[in-house]
Structures are given as C-alpha cells and as structure tokens.
Design a binder for this molecule. Sequence first.
Ligand code: FES
Ligand SMILES: [Fe+2]
Length: 428
Amino acid sequence: MNARVKLVDRQAGIVSREIYVSEELYQKERERVFGKAWLYIGHESQIPDSGDFILSRMGEESVIMTRARTGEVQVMLNSCRHRGMRVCRYDEGHTEKFYCPYHGWSYNLDGSLAHVTEYEREYKEQGFDHSQWGLIKAKVAVVRGTVWATWDPDGDFDSYLGGARQLLELSFVGWDGEGAVEVVGSTQKWQIPSNWKIVAENFAGDMLHVVSHRSVDIVGIGPNTESGRRDASHTAQYVQAGYAEGHASVVGFYNDTDPRRDYSASKITAEYFQDCYAKRKRVLGDQALISPAVGTIFPNMSFHGNQPRTILVAHPVSVDKTEMWRQYFVDRDAPREVKDFLRKYYLRYSGPAGLTEQDDMENWNYATNASKGFMARQFPYNYAAGIGNETTTNRLPGATVEVNGQGELHGRSMYGKWAEFMGEADHV
Ligand code: FES
Ligand SMILES: [Fe+2]
C-alpha cells in the first residue's frame, strides 16, 4: 500500500478502496479500532439470572458475558490465563464456574481465578497470587439492556456515544415507552465474503440502495396490510443523522398517528400496539414521534429501531470475511401472540430464508471482491451525495442532519471517525 494515499477525504466524500482490501490496514484495525472502541456484546435479557452466560466477540476475539453473583454483567476474554485455552466453548448456558479443560484451572463468574491445579504442592510456597491471574476483564456499560464493552481502561461510554444515546434509548425501550425488550430465541450467525465496514456503513444510513430491495418491496412481507417490507408508511419525513463520534442513522419523524395501526392480520397484535402507542406518547411526549429506523454505532453495531427491531453486528474475521450476528427483539411483557406475530415477520425479513438481507449481501460480497484487483484498488469510492445539505435540528441534539434523507452523510461520519481511530486524521 502506498502510505501517502489519502485514505479518507471527509470534506470531498472520497474514500480509498485500500481501507476495504488492504491486509496491512486490517491488521492495524484489530488494535486501533477493535482494541479501543466500545463494542456491542449482547443484551441483558440473554443472561437474566446469576450464572447465565453467552459467548460473544470483540473484533476477532471470543469473550464471555456473564451475570455474576452480585447481579452485575461482566465481560471477559475467553482465554485461560495459564496457557490460553478457551475456558468456555458453549454459545450460551448456565454455570457456577468456568473450568479450563486443558490443565484444570477454574474461574468464577466474575472472572476471578477460583482454583489452580496442584496449588498446594507446586505454587503455594512461591507465594502465587490468585488475584493477578483472573480472566482479562473488559470495561462494561449498559444502555436499555444493550451491553457494551471496551478494552480501553480510560473509555468513557457517555462521551463515546455522544448524542447517539438518544437513538439507543428510543430503539430499545418497550413500545409503551418504558418497558423492557428481550431477544427472541438465540443469535443468528453466518459468514459472508465481505469487508466488515461495507456492512456497517450500509446500515448507518444508505438510503440510496433501496433499489436493491425492489423485488421484496413488490412481494410485500411487512407486518401490516400494505406492500413493502416495513411498517414505516406513516412516517412524515426521514432524515439522515451523522455524529462527530462516528455514529449515523436514518431517523423517521412520525405524523401524530399510530405507526402500527395496520397490524390487522392479528387482532391481539393490533390492539397491543395501539395501547402501547397511546402510552408511549404519554411517557415520551414529543420523543414518541422520533423513530430511529436504521443506524450504526461505530464501529460495527447496527440496529433497526422501528420494525423489524433488530441488532446486527458485523464482526471482522479477516480483511474480506465478516461474521454476521443478528438478534431480533420483542417487548418482554407482550402477549405470546404478539411475539409469535413478530417472530414470523422477522423470519420473512432477514431470517435464514428471509427476503431482505439476501439482497444486501449480494452487493457487499461482490463489491468487496470487485475492489481487490490491481486496477480497481487505485480508484476511490464516492460518498459525496448531499454534501452542502447538512443542517441541525433540535429534535436530534448533537447530530448533523441531512434533511432530504438521501445523502451519504452516514459514510462521511463513519469514515471520518475511522480515520481518527486509525491515526489517519491528518489525512481526513
Ligand atoms: S490452559 Fe487452562 S489450565 Fe492450562
Ligand atoms: Fe438493505
């Protein structure tokens, strides 16, 4: 790679293809982005009781998310301090301790070292200090049940999120404006031959790619009685919101009508959402009319806050391979019929045989592949749509806003921050 290539020109909306295909830059990302940023780990509803755990990832590395005896959520590197073995090899479960199968060390739910094999005979005399050999712990923060972690001991989640906290608050509260949400079933996981940033950037607010979804929009798989794939037909306006912290979103501003009034395929579901909406307006006031439709929290956590309500994390595996983890959410206290209604819709939308994500993957995979060649990688990508249309709104504090909603502010926000993390800010 030519070190003098300008990787990100935020003002001009130009991004070098090197950032998607260069092995050298990918190796730097492992440390400079994924070793430092706040990363989405999982949702509290996955570990309701003390002793519950799930495996997750921070970049390429496996981590364990547990609920300790104190009720606190902990995130720890899944690698034994003795000689590196994975101490947990189950995707999810319940346990008292984590037992390393290699030489038998064991760890408590909070990661502290519980037992060292042959401690009395081989370690005690030398003054072995258990407290120095617990699992490596990450710093943890929780917003509306979403669990985040960083390896940066100085990481401050509030300043990391900036104004984008509003997006998480509105997306992962129950539809009634105050209840909790829960993950439906388990996390759906699969791998694709794409660079992770192409995925994260698409969900950050690429509205221009709607042409890719024309077939599914014609078929009509949404939860309401209309065509299309979502329930957003009552949205008065969509804007793009970009944050200096690197996050971005497409946010809908509703008319003051129930956005879910057409769920008439299920009477119980329709009534549930009508009740929720009335309550949401009482609890949230004007905020009830703000709907983060889709967005990305830098670097790789993407979400739909409307319907379908999901989180997609684009975990890097290599420069041209990404492991996709998708979770679907429902209101924890909703009736069973409502949960079933939404689960079936989610499966139609982006389940293993769904009709939407498949369109996107074709684009991401071919784009990655077609950007690798000697000739191709010399020419940058274009993110110039909407430059000059930026403004602000007091409905989204902390955001720069593109009111036409069709620009590429999302890409400029994300890659501007990426360049800062990578130590390339001088080139922005
Ligand atoms: S690697 Fe875990 S006990 Fe040895
Ligand atoms: Fe899409």
